[in-house]
Design a protein around this ligand. Sequence first.
Ligand SMILES: [Zn+2]
Length: 299
Amino acid sequence: MAKSVSRSSLKSESLLGILDDVQIAIDSKILKVKVFTSICKPLNGAIPGSNQAHFLKLWTFPYKYKYGKEYKESSATAYFIKGLRGALRHQVMYHCKERGLEVCHTSDKETDRKGKSLLPNGFHLIGSCTESNECIVHAVFGSKRHTSKIRVSANPIANISQKTFQSKYKLQNVHIATEKRVALSYDGGAIQDFGERYFAGEFEFEIDVSKCSLAELGLLIESAMYMQKLGRGYNAGYAQLEVQSLTLVDRIMTRKPILGDNQEFKIEEQISETPLSQEFLNSIAEWTKYVKKSQESPK
Ligand SMILES: [Zn+2]
């Protein structure tokens, strides 16, 4: 027998007074990087000896689009762009080397098993600077036992041809192309085949720089400005990146429960952003000062 549900007379308005007092605002500083790529083939996996994949299939989601006066439903697949943080780090290392600063390399071994050097000139082993004089790369990116100050993220990408699409998920619409390839065939049949994915279009990623000093932020701004590659070389991934704009913002996020019809609380998120253009410039100035000081008295 179905139980009768007693309807509460609780109304949203009665909550508002309480919520104003307890509402928490989460404040963060975000560097947004807008990038265009005419061709990008982040590593797809399926490469012998590699466990890396920079282009990861996430999930298939429904969306709506306008068809005449009506709405139709369809679905698309979302992908995750991996490798953005690594690409940024690579650029940061390059910039520091160009400026004559000795910083952490990504390697924690001097040589490989065959005795081949893994540590190029002008770098020290990752994390080896923590006891004496921490370098700026370590201060920002950390190492195994030291947490990073920054967080790099991007909304997933998807290929949706309908311009009027609506989805409740945050994603970026780009063009995704799949090239089907047969790696090995026998007697006319494919034994091993795989698809390589490429994408093209505009996308955005962001770096949470809330914990960074001005000089560290300046280093990140300068490096992000010069990012050109995603993936490592032609075989392992290929991409041309054109950085279009950088924006530094102060982001304030608040959430509140809104009482729905069936007494469930829907969480409503509000985000407000204020541009920090002056701080953007100050950061570059601080980074330039930091470089000059380090060049005058090298460690
Ligand atoms: Zn270091």
